[in-house]
Design a protein around this ligand. Structure first.
Ligand SMILES: *Cc1c(COP(=O)(O)O)cnc(C)c1O
Length: 354
């Protein structure tokens, strides 16, 4: 049967009824791609898989949560949805709101919104307001708008978002026919690590012998690593704008995922993120956005540290949360520039180095 999105597929695991109008762009069902070159290159014994969430309709995993959040908002006869966003949430909210025919209000923090994400929000007709403050300030205003003016808040504090996002774990379990041993992923507002852990626990509960619980390995950017530092960061900084968050809304549940799974939440520097961002593009043919590459940066860091001690082959999943085309400026600014050559074959051959 042809795929109609994750709510139809996982209806029995989700808080929807026959009365819920399903607002879908056929999100989910993203590829789990096995790495060909990375294990040898970084010296990992085992298999690495990329869950490429950049293949969702608006180019990030946010669509998994948004199909649920917007469907439930329409069911509740909400006239408008609101979110604070570093970019991908607004792109997704704007698209699903457009499809549902409800208004979308987006509060973005000052500066540094990736070009692709902004272009999506404006094309889908959202009311985009740049707040002169950081993400956490924008989220406070969005919360207040939802409480006092009855707009539906579609940030990951909306519990339906987490419900939709947990389906990524189901897909991984089904693709591998088991759960991975480790899952590496970025951590920003920490809704996604919360959601994945919930999903893995669902499958574990249903069939414990088949689906063991993976260790959850979450990575923040060093300049905005509140969970690692154990305190909110007033002025979070990182090139990975999707995880530039100083006071994560799902802080507590992220720590629970870490502790219950006996995993870690650690940090990686912007240099490590950019290195991983280039490696996965150049050696695996997968272009993800900088924030997504923090999962691979974390894996590289842990291999180098000798974290995987015994030589048992392991299965690792790295979640690549968003598509590289979201943030073309970072790619162009950090990559090698195209060479300029005269329009003759000799110069072209010389430049290629044939
Ligand atoms: C939102 C986002 C994150 C962070 O997810 P959280 O649920 O906030 O931890 C990471 N990468 C990308 C591309 C995102 O859009």
């Amino acid at each position: 049967m042809f795929y109609k999105g994750l709510i139809e597929k996982y209806r029995k695991f989700l808080p929807v009824t026959e009365q819920t109008p399903i607002i879908s762009l056929h999100e989910g069902n993203t590829p789990l791609i096995k790495a060909r070159n990375l294990p040898t290159q970084i010296g990992l014994i085992g298999e690495i898989y990329f869950k490429f969430e950049g293949m969702n309709p608006t180019g990030s995993f946010k669509d998994r949560g948004m199909t649920m959040a917007v469907s439930k908002a329409v069911e509740a006869r909400s006239k408008a949805v609101v979110c604070a966003s570093t970019g991908n949430t607004s792109a997704s909210a704007a698209a699903y709101a457009a499809r549902a025919g409800v208004k979308c209000v987006v509060l973005i923090p000052e500066g540094k919104i990736a070009l692709g994400k902004l272009s999506q929000a404006v094309m889908h007709g959202a009311e985009v307001l740049e707040i002169d403050g950081n993400f956490d300030d924008a989220l406070d205003f969005a919360r207040e708008l939802s409480v006092k003016y009855r707009l539906t808040l579609v940030n990951s504090v909306n519990p339906f978002r987490i419900e939709g996002q947990k389906t990524a774990s189901y897909e991984i379990c089904e693709s591998l026919k088991q759960s991975p041993d480790y899952q590496f992923m970025p951590v920003g507002n920490a809704g996604n690590i919360t959601a994945y852990w919930k999903g893995y626990k669902d499958y574990n509960k249903a069939e414990p012998s088949k689906y063991a619980l993976p260790k959850m390995m979450g990575f923040q950017a060093a300049g905005s690593a509140p969970i690692v530092e154990g305190r909110p960061i007033a002025k979070p900084e990182t090139i990975a704008t999707a995880i530039r968050i100083g006071n994560p809304a799902s802080w507590k549940t992220a720590e629970e995922a870490r502790d219950e799974s006996r995993g870690v939440i650690d940090k990686v520097t912007d240099d490590e993120i950019l290195e991983a961002y280039r490696i996965v593009a150049a050696t695996e043919g997968i272009f993800c956005e900088p924030a997504s590459a923090s999962s691979i940066a974390g894996l590289i860091k842990y291999v180098r540290q000798g974290y995987f001690k015994n030589n048992e082959p392991i299965k690792v999943v790295c979640v690549l949360t968003g598509h590289g085309l979201k943030d073309p400026d970072t790619a162009v600014a950090t990559a090698v520039k195209p060479k300029k050559v005269k329009a003759n074959m000799k110069d072209i051959i010389d430049a290629i180095g044939l």
